[in-house]
Design a protein around this ligand. Sequence first.
Ligand SMILES: [Zn+2]
Length: 212
Amino acid sequence: MKLVLIGAPAAGKGTQARKLIARYGLAYISTGDMLREEVAKKSELGLNVKSVMASGGLVSDEMIIAIVKERIKEDDCKNGFILDGFPRTVVQAKKLDELIGNIDKAIYINAPDEVMLERITARETCPKCGASYNKIAIPSKVAGICDVCGEKLEQRKDDTLEAGKARLKTFHDQSEPLVEYYNAQGYLFEVDGLKGADNIFNDIAGELGERA
Ligand SMILES: [Zn+2]
């Protein structure tokens, strides 16, 4: 099964992806995570990507497609995969079609900007152990301090209010045509992003059924 997850930053794509992996045994391909790993490794690609991401912009199609093309060749993708953060645009979606043929479903988690912005700016991560928190949804026991290792928590550069607004605008500009594209092909499944993680997952699983 080949799934595409679409949703604004902080719409809960990661949470749904984890549930889908557990249920259907799919590989999880987050292009954002993969790019952040490159940045952390300070690879050539990582250095190129760093300044773009810090300003809330997007990495070039060629770069992302090359990364995805290599990633889906790996063994864990044999049963299928979930793409998170790719494709972001209709151009990328068409490239993906060329690469894999049809997807099975594009799952669009739809939620209002105001709520997403609140969630984005509430995110905190631990620079030492990588644990992540959210001041609203999953707060650390002591404000600003990591539960696991006691380090001072930080906000990712693209989770500030300004960068968050830019990311949401970019999401709408680029992803609304993408939603239309998959809708026209009959692959779109839209779910209300405010109804809670378990309810969202029940809706998605109901749509996907028992298929492997
Ligand atoms: Zn920590």
